[in-house]
Design a protein around this ligand. Structure first.
Ligand code: COA
Length: 259
């Protein structure tokens, strides 16, 4: 795939690195960038060669500094209906492959919203999360109001969205916004390490567990319990489950087939 706003590499382990590539404007996202993100995640969801995805930003200053404020300046009410930022982040959240965000600096506005749509956030020491939108007379419109409160609680989400409170790398780990903080020069190695760890586990189990975890937020207790045992029942019919259990009993490493 060819992109104007991103770089894409895929290594021999199937780890795709998708890099926002406008460091001169701190990787700010315009409508075209969101469309490319949608195209990539739509493809990657079923692409055999992609097993896990890392999303990051070019340069050492920013992951993504939010919506491109130049395009925001001319945004009309009608442009916000069916917002493409929401579509992109929904694709990330529902992607059948695990998605790790390597946050290498500012994760502002839409950048913060991309980061919290990913399954894991590994942050460099210079990472800074913020949702400055209310200071610009708008609100986070790419799923941020919903996802942030789920992740860090309503009170902290209000702190960030209503007050514009910024959260640095250490605080992000402390409040569960990020899972680990590392020096910037170790960020990509750490993100790859997380992906490799995920790839050693049963791929069907990872895919199904991610779907059940996500769906459980939007349904009641009875339905989420039912989803959980139906998913468990389906996984018990896979060869991977047999391999996982047998390899444990035989004291060897499992070799999963993905079915
Ligand atoms: N949209 C468009 N351009 C942006 C941008 C954005 N969201 N964020 C940064 N840039 C551009 C700057 O205009 C500047 O361009 P220039 O060199 O042509 O002047 C360049 O990126 C570097 O940014 P700069 O502001 O000089 O860096 P800084 O280190 O002093 O500050 C930030 C970094 C992130 C604090 C600051 O750029 C900022 O507040 N950006 C806007 C963030 C935002 O509000 N995002 C949400 C939008 S809804």
């Amino acid at each position: 795939m060819e992109f104007k706003h991103f770089l894409l590499t895929i290594d021999e382990d199937g780890i795709a690195v998708f890099t926002a590539n406008h460091p001169e404007k701190l990787n700010a996202m315009d409508a075209d960038s969101w469309r490319e993100m949608i195209a990539f995640f739509t493809w990657a969801d079923t692409a055999e060669e992609v097993k896990a995805i890392i999303v990051t930003g070019a340069g050492d200053k920013a992951f993504i500094a939010g919506a491109d404020i130049n395009s925001l300046a001319v945004k009309r009410p009608v442009d916000c209906l069916n917002d493409i930022g929401q579509d992109a982040n929904r694709l990330i959240e529902n992607c059948s492959k695990p998605v790790v965000c390597a946050v290498n600096g500012y994760a502002f506005g839409g950048g913060c919203e991309v980061a919290i749509a990913c399954d894991f956030r590994i942050v460099a020491e210079n990472a800074l999360f913020a949702l400055p939108e209310t200071g610009l007379g708008i609100l986070p419109g790419a799923g941020g109001t919903k996802r942030l409160s789920r992740l860090i609680g309503l009170g902290r989400a209000k702190d960030m969205i209503l007050l514009g409170t910024q959260v640095d790398a250490q605080e992000a780990v402390r409040i569960g916004l990020a899972s680990k903080c590392v020096p910037q020069d170790q960020l990509m190695d750490e993100a790859r390490r997380v992906c490799k760890k995920l790839l050693k586990r049963g791929p069907v189990a990872i895919k199904v567990a991610k779907k059940v975890l996500n769906a459980s937020f939007t349904c009641g207790d009875d339905v989420s319990s039912m989803l959980e045992y139906l998913a468990l029942s389906a996984l018990c019919g896979t060869e991977d489950k047999q391999e996982g259990v047998t390899s444990f009993l035989e004291k060897r490493k499992p070799s999963y087939k993905g079915f």
